[in-house]
Design a protein around this ligand. Structure first.
Ligand code: PLP
Length: 395
């Protein structure tokens, strides 16, 4: 019989020459399980998705409840679907009052596309500014925002009138002018290797956007839903963006994204022409039921309150002379080593010894550590021991 691994390589599209090829049969809590009894402590969380762990019972219950009612019924924005309405309402209750409207999408990239569209329509301007080394997704619009990387050249032509600033550099803010429709930045740059900006930078960025009438759009697709020790990372900086883009951890493991804006900004997609952003599956009712349950879990189980303490425990246990720096905020962490060979060898050793870690798209010299927020202290100790042994061996 042909194995699933062979069929994976033969029949499903490959995104690299060297996929990790780890086969998963089941996932529960902080663990992934393979078909031959392998057990991996998951420090990647499906790339910041499984913030409340895998298959949280309350999410499973919400999904099952929705399965008994309806699945897809129509395109987004026509029928009144309780899971969408209830989730959007709960989300807005937990955001500053300037936000008044939630558009639910399939993915992060779609949230980015929608945000760029409303920014252009609302301001009547065309220029969008993004940060070098950003990652906002893989559709052609979102890919246009990856400054100065090989992806831009490979898929040219991308969107016109995109300009770039250096992230966290106060001296670059003059690039933002009265011509700028929006500035799109990650609240913490993830794929650049977890770059946490200065609060003073975020505040100056906010002030500059306000002064020239440009919209400030934060990508919280990696940082949202408790990951950094606040429900949203912008809370660390005492700054409120005009538009917020969400995905990944939003759905408790189900596919969902959103862009959130003040109602008068969001309303521009209603007319001239109407239906300015259309999505068939965006805000799928099962995903929204899961998202509502997941947000309830984050808030009711007070997961955020323990994030900083767990992050400290990680930092204490990973204090190893060969780890040059641990960057990050809360449980969005990055262990800086010297080269990709070390990153690859350490990741492989860890996987072979039951701990899943990974690396970053624009920073191949650092290890990605982003466990479920529900990870226990014992699991943290166990994971750090394996990582330190691997660092001893390969760095
Ligand atoms: N923005 C950030 C910061 C991301 O990390 C990602 C995905 O990794 C995206 C946007 C795109 O999200 P999606 O893969 O759901 O399209």
């Amino acid at each position: 019989m042909i194995s699933n691994r062979e069929l994976f390589l033969k029949n499903t599209a490959q995104t690299s020459e060297s996929p990790r090829l780890i086969e998963i049969e089941k996932a529960e809590g902080s663990y992934l399980y393979g078909p031959q009894g392998q057990k991996y402590l998951d420090l990647v969380s499906g790339f910041n998705v499984s913030n409340i762990g895998h298959r949280h019972p309350k999410v499973i219950q919400a999904i099952q409840g929705q399965l008994d009612k309806y699945l897809h019924v129509t395109v987004y924005g026509e029928f009144v679907q309780a899971p969408q309405v209830q989730f959007a309402t709960k989300l807005l209750e937990n955001l500053p009052s300037s936000f008044g409207s939630v558009y639910l999408t399939n993915s992060g990239a779609e949230a980015v596309e929608g945000s760029m569209k409303i920014a252009k329509r609302y301001t009547g301007r065309r220029q969008i500014i993004a940060a070098k080394n950003a990652y906002h997704g893989s559709t052609q619009g979102a890919l246009s925002l990856i400054g100065g990387t090989q992806y831009q050249e490979a898929y040219a032509p991308l969107l016109p009138e995109i300009d770039f600033i250096e992230y966290n550099n106060l001296l670059d803010l003059d690039t933002i002018t009265e011509k700028t429709a929006a500035v799109i930045v990650e609240a913490i740059q993830g794929e650049a290797g977890v770059r946490v900006p200065m609060a003073a930078y975020m505040q100056a960025l906010r002030a500059r956007c306000t002064a020239v009438g440009a919209l400030l759009i934060f990508d919280e697709i990696q940082t949202g839903f408790g990951r950094t020790g606040k429900l949203f990372a912008f809370e660390h900086f005492d700054v409120v963006p005009d538009i917020l883009m969400l995905a990944k951890g939003i759905g408790g493991g189900m596919p969902l994204g959103a862009f959130v804006a003040p109602k008068h900004i969001m309303d521009v997609i209603k007319a001239n022409p109407m239906l300015g952003h259309i999505t068939t599956f965006g805000g799928h009712p099962v995903s929204c039921a899961a998202a509502l349950a997941s947000l309830d879990v984050i808030l009711e189980e007070k997961l955020i309150e323990d994030v900083e303490r767990k992050a400290k425990l990680f930092r204490q246990e990973l204090a190893h002379p060969k780890i040059k720096e641990i960057r990050g905020l809360g449980l969005m962490m990055c262990l800086q080593v010297e080269n990709f060979h070390q990153v690859y060898s350490v990741s492989k050793y860890c996987a072979d010894h039951g701990v899943m870690i990974d690396w970053y798209l624009h920073c191949e010299t650092a290890l990605r550590v982003a466990p479920p927020l529900t990870i226990s202290d014992d699991e943290i100790l166990e994971a750090c021991q394996v990582i330190c042994t691997a660092i001893d061996k390969f760095c």
